[in-house]
Write a protein that binds this ligand. Structure first.
Ligand SMILES: [Zn+2]
Length: 304
């Protein structure tokens, strides 16, 4: 099948942004990596060389799963990870450009990223649904109550007082003021993840936004979502586009531009150039725009 060129696609996306009544942004880890918040390589070497030496860590993603023997070591590591990805970082240019692109439209954001980049880059927090939590907050590790605790100052104190064994002082280890169990990061890693009042508000706001938009011209802008948690954004975005004939899906992804196609009650991942071989509902093929090019270069073009 004839595939459109990149500049044809950019033109098409530009028109879709102009002509859509609603825009829904869905973002995953790939967007923050593209924005510069990389978890491996140079940034890891720069901030975590001692952790590499002591624990054989290779990057901040797997580092987060390290089974520390003491809470003092655990918080030595986590304070650093939170500090370099949250406290130290303002809104990054790529996120700010995405805000520029949609700010005058009726939009909503759903993201699995926990680095708060959308809000830092201008998006109002009532337009952002961060499904997996935030680096910025702690919660009871046993979820005994659903309050979150801003960790900004705690984290700074911990980083400042981490010793050469990479431990924080025992008196800085945080405990739940209600039940006395240790506090934990508010990141969805187990069944104890706390969904607080704001989380529930945003969850409902997202559902409402979809409901209001379902019969209107709506553009889904998906950024950097792979297969860690595809059931949260990636698969739903595909199925909305199958079902709702006025919706279009633009997928920015360097590695995963394929689409899940249902064949006899099972799913097959089909690359864009093969999609024409399948009988897809509601002219899906013409409403799916895959973009494998550098996302920031494409956004720059769209802003011209
Ligand atoms: Zn508790």
């Amino acid at each position: 099948m004839f595939m459109k060129t990149l500049s044809e696609r950019i033109k098409e996306i530009k028109q879709l942004i102009e002509n859509s009544e609603y825009i829904i942004i869905g973002a995953g880890a790939g967007l923050s990596t593209a924005a510069g918040l990389t978890y491996s390589g140079e940034r890891f070497e720069k901030y975590f060389s001692e952790y590499k030496k002591k624990y054989n860590m290779t990057d901040m993603y797997t580092g987060g799963f390290y089974p520390f023997e003491t809470l003092e070591e655990k918080w030595g590591y986590w304070a650093k990870q939170i500090y370099v990805n949250e406290n130290m970082v303002n809104g990054l240019p790529l996120y700010e450009k995405i805000y520029e692109l949609v700010k005058d439209k009726e939009y909503f954001v759903i993201t699995t990223n926990v680095d708060d980049q959308f809000v830092k880059s201008g998006f109002p927090s009532n337009k952002v649904y961060a499904t997996q939590g935030s680096y910025k907050y702690l919660q009871c590790s046993k979820a005994c109550h659903d309050k979150l605790y801003d960790n900004t100052e705690m984290v700074e104190q911990m980083v400042e007082s981490t010793d050469e064994e990479l431990k924080i002082p025992t008196e800085l280890v945080p405990y739940c003021p209600v039940c006395g169990e240790p506090l934990e990061t508010n990141l969805r890693v187990d069944n104890y993840f706390v969904e607080d009042e704001h989380w529930h508000l945003q969850n409902r706001a997202y559902q409402e936004f979809i409901n209001n938009a379902k019969d209107s011209r709506t553009l889904l802008l998906e950024f950097g979502i792979g297969y860690n948690t595809p059931a949260i954004i990636r698969f739903p975005f595909e199925s909305f586009t199958y079902k709702l004939p006025k919706w279009n899906l633009v997928r920015f992804n360097k590695d995963y531009l394929e689409v899940a196609v249902s064949i006899h009650n099972t799913y097959r991942l089909v690359p864009p150039e093969k999609l024409a071989d399948y009988d897809l509902p509601n002219d899906f093929l013409n409403r799916y725009i895959p973009v494998g090019a550098d996302v920031e270069e494409v956004i720059d073009e769209l802003l011209k």
